[in-house]
Design a protein around this ligand. Structure first.
Ligand code: ADP
Length: 369
């Protein structure tokens, strides 16, 4: 139930105590301050109401027959469907273990006999905490909705523009005047880059919001890496780079991980693609190996390297360094989200001027015994 005074929402406080006199007194004092109070004489009824209609604050007697205040606190904190609700424990004068209540997830405690000025001060401070947590959550939700709606809405006109430009360049609307082909190709390329960036942004936020569903299947890493290397080899050849691997060793004894093949393809394309992109001369080597329970994929380049102070920023969205080939800065954050969702890890070792090694570890699918 939401109570209002004028247009302002009134804070709703649940008071749980098995002594009716205590309940009556606390209710009278808090109502005097303008709060909306609901009272309960046992933990079970209080929990049912908290789950049905979460209040803004709970005042909870510790010693109660049936489930005590500690247990009520534990059940509230374990219930992931509930928003954050501050809990103020009311403990007996000689109750030794308030620490237990705080460890279970209560936010503060007050001893009986309750000093009412102290009670009101604690109520005000916990409600302040509640309001700031609610506000932070609201801003996070609005930001997430905004980004996912914006990126989603941007995709539609860009896909349409891509189709139109393809038709124009194919001469569907008549022959193009001189110089126009070049201009259309530039527009197609820019539009594709923009679409790619919007798609990646959408994916990053899907992972962040926990809205990404993975289709997990057994994935043979050697085949997957061979496919990625084949796709990138024309770019490596153009740049005069040697693109090497030890994949031949694994053709007969595949290393298999459980994963979403498309997503893992995206990770390796990004990391090996970066290695090629940020290497002026020399080589990019992909080395696959297996620990007892993990597959290890090391991607080693002889490129520009990354200064130590920049290593922490690599996985932040939109951080892209000053290299002339730097792009949107979304590839590595997305790669990390994907690898983490596969319960794996990415490590980086790098030396400026000498090159970098990105090492990915993924849990190996153990054969059924
Ligand atoms: P993008 O490549 O689009 O800029 P990424 O998130 O993939 O975005 O990479 C972020 C930045 O990290 C790059 O712009 C580059 O500065 C740096 N980086 C990534 N991989 C390498 C690498 N192998 N060698 C040197 N710098 C790299």
């Amino acid at each position: 139930m939401t109570a209002y005074r004028g247009s302002a929402k009134v804070d709703r406080i649940l008071v749980v105590d098995d002594t009716p006199d205590n309940l009556f007194l606390t209710q009278a004092i808090l109502e005097e301050e303008g709060y909306h109070i609901e009272t309960f004489e046992n933990g079970t009824d209080a929990l049912a109401e908290i789950e049905a209609d979460p209040p803004d604050l709970i005042l909870l007697d510790v010693m109660m027959p049936g489930i005590d205040g500690f247990e009520v606190t534990r059940r509230i904190r374990q219930n992931e469907k509930l928003p954050f609700i501050p809990i103020l424990l009311i403990t007996a004068h000689d109750q030794p273990s308030v620490a237990q209540g705080l460890d279970t997830g209560a936010d503060d405690f007050i001893r009986k006999p309750v000093n009412f000025d102290e009670l009101l001060a604690r109520v005000r401070s916990l409600l302040k905490l509640k309001h700031s947590v609610d506000e932070r959550d609201l801003i996070a939700r609005q930001r997430e909705d905004f980004v996912s709606r914006l990126t989603h809405d941007l995709r539609t006109p860009m896909v349409a523009a891509d189709r139109m430009l393809a038709l124009i360049s194919q001469g569907a609307f008549g022959e193009l005047p001189e110089g126009m082909n070049e201009a259309i190709s530039i527009m197609i390329r820019s539009n594709k880059n923009l679409l790619e960036m919007v798609n990646m942004l959408l994916e990053v936020y899907r992972y962040e919001a926990g809205r990404k569903t993975l289709s997990m299947i057994p994935v043979a890493l050697c085949d997957l890496l061979a496919e990625v290397l084949e796709g990138l080899s024309p770019i490596a050849i153009d740049s005069g780079l040697a693109l090497e691997s030890n994949l031949d060793e694994f053709m007969d004894k595949q290393i298999v991980v459980m994963g979403d093949r498309l997503e893992l393809h995206r990770v390796f394309t990004n990391l090996i693609g970066n290695a090629v992109k940020f290497t002026e001369s020399g080589s990019v080597k992909v080395h696959l190996s297996a620990k007892p329970d993990r597959a290890v994929i090391a991607i080693k380049d002889t490129g520009t390297g990354i200064p130590p102070e920049q290593l922490d920023m690599l996985f932040q969205p939109f951080w892209s360094g000053k290299h002339k080939r730097s792009g949107s800065g979304l590839g590595l954050p997305l790669a990390q989200q994907i690898v983490t969702a596969h319960l794996g890890s990415i490590q980086i070792e790098s030396e400026v001027g000498k090159g970098s090694t990105f090492t990915i570890e993924l849990p190996i699918e153990q054969p059924a015994t």
